[in-house]
Design a binder for this molecule. Sequence first.
Ligand code: ADP
Ligand code: MG
Length: 453
Amino acid sequence: MEFEKIWNSVLSEMEIQVSHANFYTWLKSSKLLDKQEGGVFVVALPNNFSKEWVENKYYKNILAVLRNVDDSARKIEFVVQGNIFKGTTAGEKIKSPLETFSQTPFPEFKIDPVTNLNPKYTFKNFIVGSSNELAYAAAQAVVKDIGSKYNPLFIYGGVGLGKTHLIQGIGNEINTFYKGKVRVKYVFSEKFINDVVWAIKNRRMDDIKKKYRDIDVLIVDDIQFIGGKEKTEEEFFHTFNTLYGENKQIIISSDRPPQALPTLHERLRSRFEGGMIADVVYPDYEMRVAIIKTKLSEMGQTIPNTVIDIIAQKLTKNIREIEGILNKLIFIKEKKGIEITDSVLDEIISKNSQANKNISPNKIVKAVADFFEVSVIDLVGKSRKKEIVEPRQILMYLLREVLKMSYPFIGNKVGKRDHTTAIYSCEKINKEIIKNITLNQKINLIKDIIYKD
Ligand code: ADP
Ligand code: MG
């Protein structure tokens, strides 16, 4: 109890010192675990990524604040403890959907550390319609008959159409059905790439072989990132062959079909084509309505049918977007006590699309500056400070990616630099982002800030 009090004081002070986005992303989820001899405070963070980030960026700050609260503090030791969120009940989450929504950077809070599966993705809450029937049927078949008919199972389709939900659902279903006797591992392809790169660097290839081959079902999400990186692809191919040769099940998702994965090695592509391939496409109107109604009932909420109808008519291409709007509506209803009507919805939808249209270069500059906690003046100026280099490259990359600005414009906007500098920065980040998961996550978090209204 005392720990909790100490840490709450520290957090409330930190909340003032850092930006809102940073606080929620990095600090809110920390917890004081122990106070050891010599003034060592042990603090838990939910994953390695945040541990590294908090250590590098906030160590001094936090220690100073902690000393004000407890002057015996000399040192902080951060540890990773994936399940520090167990304390929050589902009920608390439902009360504040916008908060959970905006905190999606770390959905892995509840993730099972062995399988990497998030228990929230189940078959039960997966809605089936004409757009995903085949994929769902194949998924069910895989659960009943692991490693035989549908191997590998390859699911592809656009963003936000339920690929991750479905393939994680297979994993969770297998866990329940076989009571944990079948070893499942879910991996985001970038994590796999990272592991391989790390292993090569540290000459620990054997570790990785064991890690990935010691399982019965391997689920690889977003395989399109693997293509083009020879060592990783080679390793993936070996892992794949070994598992496949032992009749173990492989499940893969991708944003496009195997034949459209241009950089993928021919051998690997034909392997994929030898299994079961199913796509997920845009849901039709009836299905969108079903999805909205199910999500509402999961949250224990209702909104008028006319509002449901408008959402289903307007948001046609992305289920994640539908969820986002619902979360906002419920937030407004619960927190502000506003009844949801057609016009409230209209306002939210138009705000949302305006927010997307009205992204200005300055908004991006500000988001990057906020995120890295550097000054705008340094960021777009001539400063040669070391800590500005990466933020500035990311800024140029985002101006290009989000706003499709010309290189001369970007160069000029960011410190009156030459367009070749802009090209160099964009290309550097473009290349790096594929192999560096930390960078990729940072950029996604910044995008969250940019797209949030
Ligand atoms: P993808 O991996 O294809 O980008 P996700 O699986 O992450 O998409 O889905 C985006 C969001 O929409 C998730 O929160 C997911 O639970 C939800 N979702 C997608 N498809 C369905 C579906 N058929 N039924 C219920 N929820 C869905
Ligand atoms: Mg996905």
